[in-house]
Design a protein around this ligand. Sequence first.
Ligand code: ATP
Length: 355
Amino acid sequence: MKVTIAGVSKFFGQVRALHDVNLEIADGELFFLLGPSGCGKTTLLRCIGGFESVSSGQIMLNGEDVASRPANERNTAMVFQGYALWPHMTVAENVAFGLEMRKVPKDERERRVREALQRVQIEHLRQRKPNELSGGQQQRVALARTLVVEPGCLLLDEPLANLDAKLRRDMRREIRRLCKDSGLTGIYVTHDRQEALSMADRVAVLKDGVVEQVATPQDLYRRPASAFIANFIGETNFVSGTIKERSATGVLVETPCGLIRSSLSPEWAREGQDVLLSLRPEALSIGEGGDNTLSAVLRESTYLGEIANHVAEVAGGVELSFCELNPVSGGRAGEQVTLSVRASDVVVLPPSAER
Ligand code: ATP
């Protein structure tokens, strides 16, 4: 199912939860809504599912405006964070419930329940009640209950929030597999960046009800559009500066730690303009050879075996965090080193108070 969100805004009284949101989600895509608490992601999901009306704009499912359609007529199915299972029903009854509502004949109902339970690997638990299940098993029942109605689009609201870290990682893979195997369109809300990076085809990052960027996980990480996103999506170092030269091959930026070259020059970048540079810790390495080299003194080093985390001071008193794979030794504070970074790893961002 293709999902189109066109100019959607949502107010709760004076509170603006969504502002002019425009998104095109392709058939079969696993699409993430990512952002900090209160950014509006759950509200958007609920608007798509029909649990909330929009204040303005349109939501289209396969090209049809669904404003007048209630949740149960939208061909979408929602997995809620708390699972919302019926406590007095068995697993099989919980999963069958939606089919009964739709008046599916008994034989077909039983077949589809069995298949849905098999798909999430809990057929052996069919006679249990929800309070006799672990968190992960309840999660699977909630998934089976939505898959059984064969929706065109699965809406997932922080579905793994109640699980422990190990189970969460396993379920990430499984939910992605379930969506991809069945060609289901999935819209998945989370504030967990790793969940989004590891599972999504594409991610929309929201902030204060506004979509800040829509991109693949790789582009979001390597080519963030703002300081907010660079910071939200991973560790980074910000260095402020002014563009000294702009050419076809990139920009040269004057910073307190010297001239830094970037091969990524955004369209808006002009000579003389103030910018913020984002340098990921793993983009910096000890040694010559990058397009940029910086003399540095190690101020702090934490040896962790396969990796060491360092803080180095470069010219202008600027401190940069970086990591070293296969470090040769531990406590090296005070050591003089040369740091290098490739021009293609220096992201040029508009200046921002958010650092
Ligand atoms: P979280 O990760 O904490 O669930 P979220 O990004 O999903 O956050 P929403 O729940 O969509 O955010 O809320 C967006 C904004 O709308 C918040 O400011 C919230 O307080 C407000 N809001 C949400 N639902 C209502 C409501 N029913 N009445 C009034 N305000 C609401």
